[in-house]
Structures are given as structure tokens and as C-alpha cells.
Design a protein around this ligand. Structure first.
Ligand code: ZN
Length: 158
């Protein structure tokens, strides 16, 4: 079941430039910064009333975020829907004609299980289905480093 907007991902060139602007507008400090190595990004988190804004800064040229910015500039990168049953929600989306961007759900920030749906089937928006670690299936590894990671957004901009 989809039960909320988990976060909104925004591609930025520089966290040090973007964080103060978002802190000013949101009226609160950046909660923390995390590196998601398999996506080659640094992520700055802002909690906003049960949801989050995530600023995504590429740390390599190969990062999907680097390619996104090269092509479109900074801006809205994806919307993440919170899922209480990732496999079920993903199956429903795929049966409905959406295209999943990687073979298996993989690890995201916060130890979440995530899967991406191609913008082609979602009116031009990259959609992430996200099962927060607390909601992930019991007995399943939720630590990024212990998962076999599939590239999830590698070909989406090409
Ligand atoms: Zn995300």
C-alpha cells in the first residue's frame, strides 16, 4: 500500500550552495548529510512534517545525478512514494504497464528498500517506491553495504 510521499529528490550541483537556501526557506537546519556510494551522491536531508526533501549532489561524473544535471540542469529529480509492501506495490505498477528501472529493489539512503519506475510510464516523472527500513520485510537485510546493489537509474537519461 502507498501511504504517503516519503521524500522529494532534487538534483543540485553543490550542497554547500543549496543547503543554506533550503534552510532559509524551510526555517530549519539540514538534518544530516549521508553519502550513498552506489548512486555516487551525497544527500542532504530536511524533515518536513512527515516527509522529506532530499538534495542530491553528484560525487562523480558517472553519477546518475551528474548526468541528469548535465542534460537538464538542477531541478526536481524524483518523487518517492512510501510503500508498506514494496513487492506488492511494485508488482501492481508493473502489471499496470509501468517499467521498473532495475531488476530487484535495492538499498537507498536510511537503509530503505527502493525501486524506481521509469518516467515514460509516469507522465515524465521518475517515481521511486520506498519501503523505509522500519517497514521493510522482517529478516531482510536493510543495510546498504550488505545488499547486492543494482544500478537503478543508469540508463534513464540516455
Ligand atoms: Zn529517493
Amino acid at each position: 500500500m502507498i501511504n504517503g510521499i516519503d521524500h522529494i529528490g532534487i538534483a543540485v550541483r553543490s550542497l554547500s550552495a543549496a543547503i543554506p537556501r533550503y534552510e532559509r526557506v524551510l526555517g530549519r537546519p539540514c538534518e544530516r548529510i549521508e553519502t550513498v556510494t552506489h548512486q555516487d551522491v551525497r544527500v542532504a536531508f530536511f524533515e518536513v512534517e512527515g516527509s522529506r526533501i532530499e538534495l542530491l549532489e553528484p560525487i562523480t561524473e558517472q553519477s546518475p545525478i551528474a548526468r541528469f544535471i548535465a542534460k537538464r540542469g538542477e531541478g526536481l529529480h524524483h518523487i518517492a512514494l512510501r510503500s508498506s509492501a514494496l513487492a506488492v506495490d511494485l508488482a501492481r505498477a508493473v502489471e499496470g504497464g509501468c517499467e521498473q528501472l532495475s531488476g530487484v529493489p535495492s538499498g537507498g539512503a536510511h537503509g530503505a528498500q527502493i525501486a524506481f519506475l521509469h518516467p515514460r510510464g509516469m507522465s515524465g516523472v521518475l517515481v521511486e517506491l520506498c519501503a523505509p527500513a522500519a517497514l521493510a520485510e522482517p529478516g531482510r537485510a536493510t543495510d546498504n553495504r550488505s545488499l547486492s546493489i543494482q544500478p537503478t537509474t543508469k540508463n534513464f537519461h540516455e
